[in-house]
Design a protein around this ligand. Structure first.
Ligand SMILES: C[S@@+](CC[C@H](N)C(=O)[O-])C[C@H]1O[C@@H](n2cnc3c(N)ncnc32)[C@H](O)[C@@H]1O
Length: 369
C-alpha cells in the first residue's frame, strides 16, 4: 500500500474492525499443516464476533466439513453495549426473520450455531447456520458467554484490543485452546509475559511483516484505531500478531544465525559490522543485541533482544529469562545518575553516557544447542 494512499488517513476512534478472510485462512492453515486433525471433532467458539459481518464465521462455516468440526458457535456484542456508538441499522438478514425483534436487535447479542445440514442439500456450510438472540448483550465476561466458553474446545477471534488483558485471563482461567489477534506489545503486559516465558502461550504463524490490514465499514462505522486507506477501505495496524497455545511448524524452525565473529565481519547492520564485541549492559550481566538476526549463535550468556524476537522465537533454540523491566538492576543506575529517569530498563554506556534502551527480552541459548 503506497504511502500516498494514506494521505487521507484518519486516526482512529474505535475497535470495530474486521479481519480479512485470507488472513484467517493463512493462519488456520499453519495449524492444519502441523496437525491436520487439530480441529477434528472439536467445538469452536468465535466470541467478540459479528457473525453477519465476520470472516471468522464465514471461514469456519464454509470449512466445517473439511476441518471435521463437531460444532461452530459464533456470538456478537449488542450494538448498544459497544464502546463507540454508531448509527445502527439491522441487516436484511435479521429483519427478514420472523423472530426479528427491533428492541432486542439493539440491546442483545446474537448467537449463531452450526452443527447439522439444516437445508438438506447434503452439505454442512454457511447456509445451515441457525441464529437467535442471546439472553444478554454477548459480553464475553457474562455468565452466558462463559458457559459457551467452558463447553468449547477452541476459541478463535480478534478480541477488542482495549480488553486484551482481560480476554487472555478469561481464556487462561478456562484452560482453553485459542488463536487470537493482538498487538505484539501486549506480549510485554505483566499478565501476558509470564505466560510467554513459561511457553504457555506463543505467537502464531503471523501477518506479513507484522502489518495487518483490517476491513471496516464506513457506513456503519467511523475509523478504527489505525491508519485508514480510502482506496482499499482497509485500516492498517502495525505490530499485529496472533497469539495461541496451539502448536505450529514455524515455532519449531530455529532462526538461522551467524557466529559472533561472522556477525562482526558480515552483519548487514552497521552497528554490528566492524565491531570487536557486543555492548554489555551496565545493569545486567548480558549483551545487547539490537536485531534478532544479529543474535550470535555461539554466545552462551544472556542476551537482550527486541520484542519482535518473539515472532521468530523457537523454544528448542532459546530460553527466555525475563524482560529488562524485571531483571534490570536499577540500584546501579540510581547510584551512577543520582536519580532515575522512568521505570526499570536496561542501560548501556556510550561515549561515557548512560543510555536507556527500549524494552528488551533476555534470552539464552538452550544448553543442548
Ligand atoms: C476488533 S473487533 C473484531 C470483530 C471480528 N472478530 C473480526 O475480527 O472480524 C472486536 C469486536 O469485539 C466487540 N466487543 C467489544 N467489547 C466486547 C465485549 N466486552 N464482549 C464481547 N465483544 C466485545 C466489538 O464491538 C467488536 O465488534
Amino acid at each position: 500500500m503506497a504511502n500516498t494512499n494514506l494521505a487521507n488517513a484518519k486516526t482512529a476512534k474505535n475497535d470495530e474492525f474486521y479481519t480479512q478472510y485470507q488472513d484467517i485462512q493463512k493462519e488456520i492453515n499453519a495449524y492444519l499443516d502441523y496437525d491436520p486433525n487439530v480441529f477434528r471433532g472439536k467445538t469452536v467458539l468465535l466470541p467478540c464476533d459479528d457473525p453477519e459481518w465476520s470472516n471468522f464465521t464465514k471461514f469456519f462455516a464454509q470449512n466445517f466439513e473439511l476441518l471435521g468440526l463437531k460444532k461452530l458457535i459464533s456470538t456478537s456484542y449488542a450494538p448498544e453495549s459497544k464502546k463507540y456508538k454508531m448509527p445502527y441499522q439491522p441487516t436484511l438478514f435479521e429483519t427478514s426473520q420472523p423472530y426479528f425483534d427491533n428492541d432486542k436487535s439493539k440491546t442483545h447479542g446474537k448467537i449463531f450455531v452450526l452443527t447439522d445440514d439444516v437445508t438438506g442439500d447434503g452439505r454442512i456450510n454457511l447456509e445451515d447456520l441457525q441464529w437467535q438472540y442471546l439472553e444478554g448483550d454477548g459480553d464475553f465476561r457474562s455468565k452466558e458467554i462463559r458457559k459457551l466458553r467452558d463447553d468449547a474446545d477452541i476459541i478463535v477471534t480478534n478480541p477488542p484490543f482495549s480488553l486484551f488483558r482481560e480476554f487472555v485471563a478469561w481464556l487462561m482461567e478456562a484452560e482453553k485452546h485459542f488463536i487470537i489477534i493482538g498487538n505484539m506489545n501486549a506480549a510485554m503486559y505483566k499478565e501476558v509475559f509470564p505466560l510467554i516465558k513459561e511457553n504457555k502461550i506463543w505467537l502464531g504463524n503471523g501477518f506479513q511483516s507484522g502489518n495487518a490490514y483490517f476491513r471496516i465499514d464506513v457506513v456503519r462505522n467511523e475509523y478504527a484505531d489505525g491508519v485508514y486507506d480510502e482506496t482499499t477501505g482497509l485500516v492498517k495496524f502495525r505490530n499485529c500478531c496472533w497469539y495461541t497455545n496451539i502448536d505450529h511448524g514455524r515455532r519449531h524452525q530455529p532462526i538461522r544465525l551467524m557466529t559472533m565473529a561472522e556477525n562482526f565481519k558480515h552483519s548487514k547492520h552497521k552497528e554490528i559490522r566492524g565491531r570487536k564485541e557486543y555492548e554489555h549492559y551496565v545493569n545486567f550481566e548480558g549483551i545487547e543485541v539490537p536485531y534478532t538476526d544479529a543474535i550470535p549463535c555461539d554466545y552462551e550468556g544472556a542476551m537482550g533482544v527486541p520484542i519482535s524476537f518473539l515472532d521468530k522465537y523457537c523454544p528448542d533454540q532459546f530460553e527466555i529469562l525475563g524482560i529488562g523491566l524485571e531483571l534490570a538492576n536499577m540500584d546501579i543506575i540510581k547510584k551512577k545518575l543520582g536519580k532515575l529517569n522512568g521505570g526499570p530498563r536496561l542501560y548501556v554506556e556510550r561515549e561515557g553516557e548512560l543510555v536507556r534502551l527500549y524494552e528488551r527480552i533476555l534470552i539464552r541459548k538452550k544448553q543442548s544447542q
